[in-house]
Design a protein around this ligand. Structure first.
Ligand SMILES: [Ca+2]
Length: 91
């Protein structure tokens, strides 16, 4: 079992994850360590892909977690209650 919280690496993967999620969900991105510097992980791997919606992220120091909704990413308060999508290797 197990699995890692997923962050899309491409628009195609993002679309696929969004379809699986059936609505908005957390991605493994945050700027908790340094406000404005977003670190995104896909499992243990750093993700350089970003797909912020125009005007996002907008929440400043209070909103530090990445959320995927429809066509892009938003920042939201990390203590908000939303699902996440996890993926695991089948190898
Ligand atoms: Ca922030």
């Amino acid at each position: 079992m197990g699995g890692m919280m997923a962050t899309p690496n491409t628009l195609e993967e993002e679309s696929h994850l969004y379809d699986l999620g059936g609505g908005g969900f957390w991605i493994d991105c945050n700027d908790i360590q340094e406000e404005g510097t977003w670190e995104c992980k896909d499992g243990a791997t750093d993700v350089d892909f970003r797909n912020w919606v125009d005007g996002q992220p907008e929440g400043g120091a209070a909103w530090n977690c990445g959320f995927l909704w429809a066509t892009g990413w938003y920042d939201y308060p990390c203590d908000a209650s939303y699902p996440a999508v996890c993926k695991k290797s089948v190898a």
